[in-house]
Write a protein that binds this ligand. Structure first.
Ligand code: ZN
Length: 288
């Protein structure tokens, strides 16, 4: 407990014991996910599951703490695991080099005490939301656009869920690349972690927390469950049944010209974008 002595002074033993028994999944290991994974490791959860199929690129480095120039072309989830093991070797860390879609979402979230949404695409978020609501697992969402960000806890059966107020977006708009800053990422992921701590204390509200970094303003907007929500009210979970493809990473076949090969990953390029392959499993990143 020496490791957590200063944290114990703030949180108390009972709360630390709850944290130390948690199995947590972080869906996405980019800017949001790598920041969350680091904080969860330092906080002292029992088990982490990191899910991402992407590799580190130069354009990721401005908004992350874990990734360095040495990690370029390496799978984000593996780089995170390697770093986190140095921070706390007692934590069990599993990596899944895959995207989360309707094919595997339930399988990935089942067995976790809590799930963090660190995705960058509304359509995949709705799949994740369906999987968590259906399996009664709390989900902590965050989204960023420029220097604005929002976060919310979703407790199935108690609070509104993402499907209560979010609609899928069509392929053209889903392709849009959204910029942000490391300061925005750090604040909103810290709020996600605090939502977890407060939830473990039994404190939560059905509200969206909204941050405007340029104005240094935080707002909390009351939310309400939608009685027509197809996930939390009608239990239809349509995003788990449908295959709706968007931009971001998509399941793909190996094609194009090989541009990189290591013991961890093979990368190909064709006219549509980059193809990242782990053994026989490939994912296409469409260029916007
Ligand atoms: Zn809902």
């Amino acid at each position: 407990m020496e490791r957590y002595s200063r944290q114990l002074l703030a949180l108390g033993l009972e709360l630390q014991e709850k944290i130390s028994s948690l199995k947590v999944a972080v869906i996405g290991c980019g800017a949001l996910g790598s920041a969350l994974a680091e904080m969860l490791t330092r906080l002292g959860v029992k088990e982490l599951v990191l899910v991402d199929a992407d590799v580190v690129e130069l354009s990721n480095l401005h908004r992350t703490h874990i990734f360095t120039e040495k990690d370029l072309m390496r799978p984000k989830a593996l780089v995170c695991k390697e770093y986190l093991k140095k921070v706390n070797s007692n934590i069990k860390i599993d990596t899944i080099l895959d995207i989360l879609d309707s094919k595997n979402a339930e399988e990935i979230v089942k067995g976790n005490d809590i799930v963090f949404d660190a995705l960058d695409n509304v359509n995949y978020r709705l799949v994740l939301n369906d999987a968590c609501v259906k399996n009664n697992i709390p989900l902590i969402y965050a989204g960023v656009t420029g220097e604005y960000a929002s976060a919310k806890i979703i407790i199935p059966g108690k609070t509104s869920c993402l499907s209560c107020f979010l609609e899928p977006i069509d392929e053209r708009n889903a392709c849009e690349i959204i910029g942000t800053t490391i300061a925005t990422i750090d604040i909103i992921t810290s709020i996600q972690i605090q939502l977890l701590i407060n939830y473990l204390r039994g404190r939560y509200e059905d509200e969206m927390i909204y941050i405007d970094m340029e104005d240094l303003r935080l707002e909390k907007i009351k939310m309400k469950r939608n009685s027509n929500c197809e996930a939390c009210s009608l239990h239809q979970y349509k995003y788990l049944k449908s295959k709706f493809y968007t931009c971001g990473m998509l399941r793909s076949e190996k094609s194009g010209k090989n541009i990189f090969r290591s013991s961890e990953v093979e990368i190909y390029k064709d006219s549509e974008g980059t193809i990242i392959c782990y053994d026989e499993k490939c994912f296409k990143k469409k260029e916007a």
